[in-house]
Design a protein around this ligand. Structure first.
Ligand code: ADP
Length: 730
């Protein structure tokens, strides 16, 4: 109940506020009504009051000085409660009123008659009341008059509210009008700055009215007449149909019309336009007009075009660069270049021309549109292609001719070009290491053509790429030739060594046996000198024999090698040690070894490697017992790793032969593997200088490496690797 009352009170207060009466200036209408009430009822005081949350505020008052009173003071609450006229003839006669502040103090009210002010929507806003300081009664007529006056107050209020609304509306109208005017101005400004042209088309009469900017977008002066059919004459012939179709579709489907098309301006320049529009003012469900805007989008289109071309250019570069890396096939690279460039530039012919020292040249690649002369494979000589031209190209300059008819060239050069139907050409040099290799050319045969910077740059950059490809291809060719040559001369050398050593053996055997015969028969029979000479000769012949045998061994490493088989390295080492039995015993050498693996190899050759290395370890010993150790480790394992300076790779075995001999100075560590290279005189350490060369050849035949680590006086370690072919045997 209470809540309901609070709600009611809230509604009442809201209604009161709508009239916007509180705290307003006195108004004649209300004052007159109050005076009339006092006059009719014969009272000295009369009020028109409005009741808000806290007070009764007096809009009009007669006989009272205060502008308002607290809400809980006075008798207005009676009207609010009863919602009807209230008459209290004598306040002192009623206990309820006798103590009211207005009764016991100023204005000492003894008589009260009030009428509630109720709006048409039923909200009680205040009262119209009359008061007296003496008791009094009201006749029915007086009460009726008071009621009539209260209705007048309400009418005044309503009038006031309506007036307020009207003026608000008028103000709003004014505001709308101003803002409309402003927004029209803004729109015009926007249209101007955006260079938006506006137009409207009467769909029945096809009458077209266009703004000045719209005409500017077609390259026309503002006084130019522009009709719908005329407009189409300005649109690029290739775009007319699509524009017409867009308009039709938009009208049929009642969608917005949008089209991008090219305009041809009176000066023949081509400009891009964007048009947007909409059908309006429908009659019988069909638009009668179309309104819209046009915008010059040439700049945007150019940026877009440039962006597209850049994209295609990067793509082309990527393709050609990939080709260079992948194939090194010059022909393929050149072929891709000419076909792609022809497509990209829309040129009638693109070709690569290789120049020769005599000034002539050959068309080595060509992409040409059907209908134009094919010159692929032709050897051409242009007598007018002067040295100075070449020099300019050599310096990286290009040449672009828009129209050879009017170009500043010699007549003979013009004739030369005309025989291939060339009307315009673009030529860039292909340079290889400062020299000129040839030319990359684009021809236009149908019409003259102005080449833009994009086109010249593209061609130049491609020519650079081609230059790189050519020098790489040349290097590869050289490399291939070189290694083929090397292989051939190696084979020849081996053949020579074999034949020489083989054929020398027979005469040498004869020399040796006759020398031995001489020694046997004539020793001590000739003089002492003769004996010595014979001894030298025999020794020489022996050494020659050894040398020849070793040479034969060397040449046989590749010619007489056995297929690779699983080989037990301990058996191989055992055999090598057995072969060196005498030397080991004589020197007292101690040979130890790690457990040795099985490898895939040529057993005889591996025996020879171990034998040569151990024999050297004994031969090049110091004055102490030779200690020789053969070690091995498999790549990718941890075995013995800490004592090694080398880490073998995962798929190989690393062997080493370590001795405590005289060692080798660091500057010789590579030389000793070269055939016939020795570090000592024969008198001190006999030998031929072939042993390590044979080892190297054998190890390399197996796909491994051999090297030495040594310090003079500290001994040497000879390392060699053998690939682990277990399970990969072919
Ligand atoms: P040769 O032993 O017939 O002289 P090699 O080709 O076997 O020929 O060796 C070439 C040279 O390398 C030797 O003359 C020697 O100076 C040096 N050399 C080889 N092995 C060792 C070694 N274990 N210690 C020191 N020097 C060595």
């Amino acid at each position: 109940m209470k809540a309901e009352r609070t709600d009611e009170e809230a509604v009442r207060l809201k209604a009161l506020r709508q009239y916007q009466i509180l705290d307003t200036e006195p108004e004649e209408a209300y004052d007159s009504l109050a005076q009339l009430a006092a006059y009719i009822c014969g009272t000295p005081m009369a009020l028109v009051n409005f009741i808000d949350e806290h007070r009764q505020w007096f809009k009009a008052r007669v006989g009272l000085d205060v502008p308002e009173m607290p809400r809980n003071v006075g008798l207005s609450y009676l009207c609010q409660k009863r919602r009807d006229i209230v008459v209290v003839t004598d306040t002192l006669a009623n206990e309820e009123f006798a103590q009211n502040p207005v009764v016991i103090a100023d204005p000492y009210v003894r008589f009260y008659a009030g009428v509630p002010l109720i709006t048409p929507t039923g909200d009680m806003l205040g009262t119209l009341c009359v008061l007296d300081r003496v008791p009094r009664e009201l006749s029915q007529k007086q009460m009726d008059a008071l009621l009539a006056l209260s209705r007048q107050v309400i009418s005044q209020l309503e009038l006031r509210r309506n007036l307020a609304e009207v003026s608000r509306y008028a103000e709003e109208l004014k505001r709308t009008e101003t803002s409309l005017r402003e927004s029209e101005q803004r729109l015009n400004l926007a249209l101007q700055t955006a260079r938006l042209g506006s137009w409207q088309l009467d769909l029945k009469t096809e009458e077209l009215s266009a703004s000045n900017q719209c005409k500017v977008n077609f390259g026309l002066p503002s006084e130019a007449e522009l009709s719908y059919s005329k407009l189409f004459e300005y649109i690029h012939p290739d775009d007319r149909a699509s524009v017409q179709e867009s308009v039709k579709q938009a009208l049929e489907n009642k969608t917005d019309y949008e089209a991008e098309y090219r305009n041809i301006w009176p000066d023949s320049s081509v400009h891009w336009a964007l048009a947007r529009g909409r059908g309006v003012e429908e009659v019988n469900n069909k638009p009668t007009r179309m309104i819209g805007v046009t915008l010059d989008i040439t700049d945007r289109k150019q940026v877009e075009e440039e962006f597209k071309r850049q994209n295609r250019r990067s793509q082309l570069f990527a393709e050609i660069t990939v080709k260079i890396r992948e194939t090194l096939q010059l022909e393929e690279i050149l072929h891709t270049t000419v076909t792609e460039v022809q497509k990209l530039l829309q040129a009638d012919r693109v070709l690569v021309f290789q120049l020769w020292a005599d000034g002539s040249g050959t068309v080595v690649q060509e992409a040409v549109l059907p209908g134009w002369p094919v010159i692929l494979g032709k050897n051409l000589f242009d007598p007018c292609f002067k040295e100075e031209y070449l020099e300019r190209y050599r310096q990286g300059r290009f040449s672009a001719m828009e129209d050879i008819e009017s170009a500043h060239i010699q007549p003979c050069h013009r004739e030369f070009l005309q025989q291939f139907a060339v009307k315009a050409n673009l030529v860039v040099p292909i340079l290889v290491r400062e020299g000129i290799w040839g030319l990359l050319l684009a021809h236009q045969c149908a019409t003259p053509r102005r080449w833009n910077s994009f086109e010249t740059e593209l061609l130049q950059q491609l020519a650079n790429q081609i230059g790189i490809a050519i020098s790489q291809a040349q290097l590869l060719e050289k490399e291939t030739c070189y290694s083929q040559e090397l292989a051939r001369s190696n084979a020849e050398l081996e053949q020579f060594a074999y034949v020489a050593s083989h054929d020398l053996q027979e005469p040498l055997r004869m020399v040796t046996s006759y020398l031995q015969l001489l020694e046997k028969r004539y020793k001590t029979k000739l003089d002492a000198n003769a004996d010595q000479f014979i001894a030298y000769a025999v020794d020489g012949a022996h050494r020659m024999q050894t040398l020849i045998n070793e040479l034969l061994n060397y040449s046989r490493v590749s010619t007489r090698g056995q297929p690779f088989m699983p080989v037990d390295c301990s058996a191989v080492l055992k055999q090598a040690i057995a072969n060196l039995k005498v030397a080991i015993e004589e020197s007292g050498a101690i040979v130890t070894h790690d457990p040795l693996p099985e490898v895939i190899a040529d057993a005889t050759q591996l025996t020879q490697v171990f034998q040569n290395l151990i024999s050297n370890a004994i031969k090049f010993r110091q004055n102490l017992t030779p200690q020789i150790h053969i070690g091995v480790v498999k790549g990718g394992t941890d075995a013995d790793r800490e004592s090694l300076n080398v880490i073998p790779s995962k798929d190989e075995w690393l062997f080493w032969v370590r001795d405590n001999g005289i060692g080798i100075e660091s500057q010789y560590v590579e030389r000793i593997f070269v055939i016939f290279q020795r570090l000592h005189g024969r008198a001190k350490y006999p030998g031929t200088g072939i042993g390590l060369a044979i080892c190297k050849k054998i190890i390399e035949r197996h796909g491994g490496n051999i090297w030495v680590e040594s310090e003079p006086g500290q001994g040497s370690i000879f390392y060699f690797t053998i690939p682990d072919r277990a399970g990969k045997q072919s």
